[in-house]
Design a protein around this ligand. Sequence first.
Ligand SMILES: NCc1[nH]cc(CCC(=O)O)c1CC(=O)O
Length: 314
Amino acid sequence: MTYALPSPAEPLKIGTRGSPLALAQAHETRDRLMAAFDLPEAAFQIVAIKTTGDRVLDRPLKEIGGKGLFTREIEDALLDGGIDIAVHSMKDMPVAQPEGLLLDCYLPREDVRDAFVSPTIQRLADLPQGATVGSSSLRRRAQLAARRPDLTLVEFRGNVQTRMKKLQDGVAVATFLAMAGLNRLGMAAVARSAIAPDEMLPAVAQGAIGIERRAADARAEALLAAIHDGPTGQRLAAERAYLAALDGSCETPIAGLALLEGDQIWLRGEILRPDGSEVITGEARGTIAAGADLGRDLAARLLAQAPKGFFDWR
Ligand SMILES: NCc1[nH]cc(CCC(=O)O)c1CC(=O)O
């Protein structure tokens, strides 16, 4: 590479949220860069940044509203040079980046499935009639309401420990988390079972880490190119084009998942009313190279099936 590598004297500043999962993701990014360029840990500095989503803990996410709840402050730090790269859960990333920033590096994707978490019950299908379950995710709540209208849904926010305490206290008998987060925290044992995508289609980009940089930063470009995972990028291109065409964000009841099959890509999508009263699903297959077109086409097909008023929640 024609640029000076980061060094203890001039470390690369890696920005992230301060949650245990965000820090684990930043450490994974640092470790991959250390290995790719044979650099010491001291050539990197991890900078934790508090976002609006971290700050406001007492209200449901959908009430705080707006896109980029977990990303805006981090992108501001990238733009003003406080950090050099930013590590994000792609599930929380708006579909478009601010002027001057670029997202073209993805780490190998983790497990895409949702985890079923309960002190007493093994699987989603085993939940007794009328059980109370906790979730703050609009998507999971809508999917549960659609498939299990007998369940009572309660808001559940906070980190894994807080949620486990709520289950122990009997606030709900089960909750849901991403398998990816649990795996990255070394807490896979918290999951009673993983929910198959046919049973609960995951959020777009679930399990994927993306690394954002300044568009004009050639050093960061070269560093990140060395750790980019191509197949994850191809899947995300289809999923995010689908999401963008639906004009969705993390907090809308939209699910979507792309899988690679040889040189083909298979994309499944689902949009719901928040109360689960209507569900529209579809799928598409095409060449990997045309993944983004496939995503837009699938979104258009789902939108064409949506009755008037379906998107009033937007
Ligand atoms: N919206 C919060 C969020 N963003 C990313 C993850 C998990 C990790 C991932 O999907 O990559 C989570 C928590 C969860 O859904 O359990």
